[in-house]
Design a protein around this ligand. Structure first.
Ligand code: ZN
Length: 298
């Protein structure tokens, strides 16, 4: 098995089930470039292996994923003495909007769509607060199983002045009005509400999440592979015909317009909003609170 630095891969049931764990618990599984490249490699390896029937994607530690890494490791990967090799290809050496658009297309958008279309059944196993780009990874999976401590929030609007993450599945997952509410406020959706919406299939006690998800995966793995793949594909092709994939593509271009706006008005071309633009610094932002029925803010 490949040696990974940022993820861990487990095999269960003689390889019929593979569990990929994001493995940066100290960084709340923030998605740096190395992690995303390894994740893509592990997904495609599981897809290529005919023994594998179900792929589980989880996160080590208290939080499934806090979103894209915008901290020290991310900066070092790009500008440090040993940059990640992907910062020399796929548009990284181009300039301005072209560079951001191409890099985000390869490492945030097209890879997520590719995982959504994986030729295996995929199950996200999530716990803690799933932030922003953490939602993208989870939504790319066929089913989502959550710990009872889970909640869900996209805070890039309220903290970075961005119109959501690059893979804009929000209206399809939350419903159109809830998507607007959650993104305009940055409030979080509770696991019970996510279950009620149908986004989450199972809610398990946090301490039993790994074992109970495996038990659930065993049920899914029992179905003939042709049947399960065509069920997946029938649903995916239905939502594609309803406009899902075209809408994702359209919203990706809006996302790039949003980056370009911030880059144009900042002297250093920083492509997201700053405190002077009216958002708090992400490290000092007020806490994320649950969306409440009877309060303007919880
Ligand atoms: Zn972006």
């Amino acid at each position: 098995m490949t040696d990974y630095k940022y993820i861990a891969v487990e095999q269960h049931d003689d390889g019929r089930i593979v569990r990929i764990m994001l493995n940066r618990p100290e960084a709340r599984n923030a998605q740096n470039r190395g992690l995303l490249v390894e994740l893509g490699d592990a997904f495609l390896a599981a897809e290529a292996d005919d023994t594998v029937r179900v792929v589980i994607l989880g996160g080590a530690g208290p939080i499934f994923s806090s979103g894209h890494d915008i901290g020290k490791v991310f900066v070092e990967e790009r500008t440090g003495p040993n940059p990640h090799p992907t910062y020399g290809i796929n548009g990284a050496t181009r300039q301005g909007a072209e560079s951001i658009m191409l890099q985000e297309w390869h490492y945030f958008f097209e890879n997520t769509k590719r995982w959504r279309n994986l030729r295996k059944i995929t199950v996200a196993q999530v716990n803690g607060t799933v932030y922003s780009a953490g939602l993208m990874l989870m939504w790319a999976c066929d089913l989502i199983v959550a710990a009872d401590d889970a909640s869900f929030a996209d805070v890039v609007g309220t903290r970075l002045g961005m119109c959501g993450v690059e893979y804009f599945a929000h209206p399809w997952e939350f419903g159109p009005r809830k998507a607007k509410e959650l993104m305009l406020t940055g409030d979080s959706l509770s696991v019970d509400e996510a279950y009620r919406l149908g986004m989450v299939s199972k809610v398990f006690p946090a301490a039993e999440l790994g074992e109970r998800t495996l038990e659930f995966a065993r049920r899914l793995a029992a179905l003939p592979t042709m049947t399960s793949l065509l069920i997946k594909e029938s649903v995916n092709q239905t939502v594609d015909n309803m406009g899902f994939s075209n809408a994702l593509q359209a919203c990706f271009t809006l996302h790039q317009l949003n980056h370009s706006h911030w880059a144009q008005i900042h002297d250093d071309n920083y492509p997201a909003a700053l405190p002077d633009d009216g958002v708090p610094h992400w490290k000092e932002a007020p806490p994320i609170v649950p969306a409440a029925k009877d309060k303007a803010r919880s």
